[in-house]
Write a protein that binds this ligand. Structure first.
Ligand SMILES: [Zn+2]
Length: 441
């Protein structure tokens, strides 16, 4: 054991093994309760044939919208090479060795050639998608879309009303609530709490559906296990927030037609009629600098100004109103990495002690998930990042967890492991939230 916090976390995890291995009996499934195992099992069955979404007509203003992106592969060996691609307007989706794949809007392709960037592979994104996702079911629904996420959160609060409350931290561009589940034994709703706070955020990026499921199911799991002494203690001592779906507009758009849109951004209609701002380029942290694009049609478009979007503004207000927040985990997919600041700069965080906390916490969460701990900008430099901002503005130890799955639409083979391992890392984060400097003791 390297430190007491990890030892504590592992002790808790050992005590949870019976929960993890519990039989998913027909009886439990039929009971209609809110148990973690039942919900995860239901998801696993549904993910086994890919995410299934109901088809629905698009709103009129989106029907004419043409997806003009290409899927490209480029040779780019290191962080600075990859950052150049971002600046040229590429959205990096996969890194495999020295090859990088992702999307580029058609209007920017000529700029790639002008910059001497050679494309090893290129085809329209629609062709790439149809080659990789052949099975779009017409109607089958019970994945946690926005409505189901909302209903589950409300049901959790109804069942645990003594310690759980649900607040809307703001409305999206299209007017949906950004839900935040709070777990705190003494403070409800927006009432202030002096207890150290932890926050888990999912779904900055619409198509990263697993990034909604992980924090959502973590909340289910915490409440399901609230009588376990260690969890009871965290609930008594800490102020815990889960914001599973920050970008519900984009998530709904991604799934609602029955064929996946590969939507990353929110649903802002830009001046040029293109759709969306990249929410994780929109924070006030080196805003508009390296690794983002100022072309509205690109997937990494940073927006007109920092916090121009209601979704990021909701996080800004949420964080600034809660000076007790100590830790933050923002979920994305699918690079299998635990990333720590800075992402918008190649520099290390200046405080040596804080840097050690980041490195050690990332290492421990990496051990629990099997993901690679890494300084965010070592992958590529991307400005306007929410974790950089949260650390600089509130000294919050903020991490990006890049989940696994090898796809934005992962199959059941990874879901069970991914959710459970990430719950372990989330519990570890709770174990140091009272004093993150424990991570270096
Ligand atoms: Zn993401």
């Amino acid at each position: 054991m390297k430190n007491s916090a990890l030892a504590l976390a592992l002790t808790i995890l050992c005590s949870l093994i019976p929960v993890f291995s519990a039989d998913l009996s027909e009886q439990a499934r039929a009971s209609g309760d809110l148990s973690f195992d039942r919900i995860l099992n239901r998801l696993t069955e549904e993910y086994s044939e890919g995410l299934r979404m109901p088809a629905a007509p698009l709103p009129a203003d989106l029907q004419a919208y043409q997806d003009d992106r290409f899927w490209v592969t480029v040779s780019a060996a290191g962080s600075s090479e990859r950052t150049k691609l971002l600046e040229a307007g590429m959205d990096i989706v996969e890194i495999k060795g020295d090859k990088v794949s992702g999307t580029v809007h058609k209007d920017l392709m000529s700029g790639f050639a002008a910059k001497g960037i050679l494309l090893a592979f290129k085809k329209p994104l629609s062709a790439h998608l149809s080659a990789h996702m052949k099975d779009f079911p017409a109607a089958d629904a019970a994945y946690h879309n926005f409505k189901e996420t909302t209903e589950l959160l409300k049901a959790l609060v109804a069942k645990n009303s003594d310690i759980a409350s649900l607040i809307s931290i703001g409305k999206t561009i299209e007017g949906r609530d950004i839900w935040c589940l709070r777990i705190n034994s003494t403070a409800q709703g927006t009432k202030a709490s002096a207890k150290p706070g932890a926050v888990y955020i999912g779904n900055h990026h619409a198509r990263e559906h697993l990034s909604n499921e992980v924090p959502l199911l973590f909340a289910v799991w915490l409440l399901d296990n609230r009588a376990t002494p260690e969890i009871t203690k965290y609930i008594a001592d800490l102020d815990i927030y889960v914001i599973p779906m920050l970008n519900p507009d984009g998530a709904e758009y991604d799934i609602k037609t029955g064929s996946y849109k590969w939507q990353r951004k929110n649903m802002r209609v830009n001046a040029d009629k293109s759709i969306g701002v990249d929410l994780n380029r929109n924070y006030d942290s080196w805003f508009g600098g390296e690794g983002t694009s100022h072309s509205p049609a690109t997937d990494t478009y940073c927006g007109l100004s920092a916090f121009s979007e209601p979704e990021t503004m909701a996080i800004k207000k949420f964080v600034e109103a809660r000076k007790n927040l100590k830790t933050l985990n923002s979920y994305h997919s699918y690079a299998s990495a635990i990333l720590y600041p800075y992402g918008g700069s190649r520099n290390e965080v200046p405080d040596v002690k804080d840097r050690k906390v980041f490195v050690n916490m990332a290492k421990q969460m990496g051990l629990l998930t099997g993901y690679d701990p890494e300084k965010s900008s070592d992958m590529y430099v991307a400005t306007g990042d929410g974790c950089d901002w949260a650390y600089d503005v509130g000294k919050i130890f903020a991490f990006t967890t890049e989940l696994e799955g090898g796809s934005f639409y992962p199959l059941a083979t990874i879901l069970d492991k991914a959710v459970k391992n990430n719950i372990k890392a989330a519990v570890y984060m709770l174990s140091v939230t009272d004093n993150p400097y424990k991570a270096i003791n």
